[in-house]
Design a binder for this molecule. Structure first.
Ligand SMILES: [Zn+2]
Length: 128
């Protein structure tokens, strides 16, 4: 049950790789196999083989059903901010800002990944 907006998993893996090589930051997207809701992954430049729906709780097999992604172009002016969890700063939440508006869905990620992501991100959302 593949959504018309999605590609096959293999196609999307190739397209995400190409976009990253060109300096984009990518977020995987998918269509829930249970309720049909469009879902976005929170962690940049990450690929998931299954997706949990925040609307209905269904887990979709993305290798079987396919997926999509959105690309974020690296440009100025743009800034990011990392919020650290208190204990030992082991987890960070990276926010993308433009004109004081938060653009992304935040997700907690390990410290090193949060630092890398923040360093990488000077970006403007280009595509939905
Ligand atoms: Zn759902």
């Amino acid at each position: 049950m593949r959504n018309e907006h999605d590609g096959t998993f293999a196609e999307i893996v190739r397209e995400m790789d190409t976009a990253i090589e060109r300096g984009y930051i990518v977020f995987q997207k998918f269509t829930c196999g249970g309720c049909g809701a469009r879902q976005n992954m929170d962690v940049p430049n990450s690929l998931y083989t299954s997706g949990h729906c925040e609307e209905c709780g269904h887990v979709t097999n993305l290798q079987q059903d396919g997926c999509g992604f959105k690309a974020v172009l690296a440009t100025e002016p743009f800034y990011t901010k990392v919020l650290w969890k208190d204990e030992g700063e082991n987890w960070g939440k990276v926010y993308f800002y433009r004109d004081d508006k938060i653009l992304n869905d935040e997700a907690w990620m390990p410290k090193d990944q949060a630092r890398r992501t923040a360093a990488q991100l000077h970006a403007t959302f280009e595509e939905g």
